[in-house]
Write a protein that binds this ligand. Structure first.
Ligand SMILES: [Fe+2]
Ligand SMILES: [Fe+2]
Length: 185
């Protein structure tokens, strides 16, 4: 199977320590990648027999396996707890964070349902029930885009406003460690 340039790029990705100096920018960049993921899911769902189906499915599997769990951990273990501590005066933040955490759990369920079909497509094997895969892929893409909108338009601006230099350093340090990368001194 040939490898798409995007896939080859990400599999070779090595994080630069300086990326973690601005952990909120890092999170925003991951959100851009997740929008790209949604586009790949919608593209694949539109035509499972397209010539590039195997490459697209492999690209999706790669992101869901290696990147999305790290990003969810960044938010669940680091960003959201920090915001809960710092945003005492900002109404509704706890409710929004609770909703986003529930959606992370729901994402894991979506991924579990889609993964075997994605691996099959990436291997050139036809999925057993194409309509199930198509519906699941489109629903995942739709709900993921809504999730990203909330994080980009509500959570990121709050983080930019209320997290101080010490908070950002702690966040960046933890995110770097999660990826086996040294934090720049
Ligand atoms: Fe996110
Ligand atoms: Fe999230």
């Amino acid at each position: 199977m040939s490898t798409s340039p995007d896939l080859a790029l990400r599999r070779q990705r090595r994080f630069s320590a300086t990326e973690f100096r601005d952990p909120v920018a890092f999170i925003l960049a991951e959100h851009m990648e997740q929008h790209r993921l949604c586009g790949l899911l919608e593209n694949l769902a539109s035509d499972l027999a397209q010539p590039s189906a195997r490459e697209i499915a492999a690209d999706i599997v790669d992101y869901l396996t290696h990147e999305l769990p790290l990003h969810e951990a960044d938010e669940e273990a680091d960003l959201f707890p920090l915001l809960k501590i710092r945003s005492i005066d900002i109404g509704m933040v706890d409710d929004i964070l609770a909703q986003l955490s529930r959606e992370h759990g729901r994402d894991d369920e979506f991924v579990a349902k889609l993964m075997s079909d994605l691996v099959a497509i990436a291997s050139g094997i036809a999925v057993a029930v194409p309509l199930d895969f198509i519906v699941g892929a489109l629903r995942f893409a739709e709900t993921q885009r809504r999730h990203l909108d909330w994080e980009n338009t509500v959570i990121v601006p709050i983080a930019r406003r209320i997290l101080g230099p010490g908070d950002l350093a702690a966040l960046g340090r933890s995110m770097a460690a999660r990826r086996g990368c040294a934090y720049p001194d």
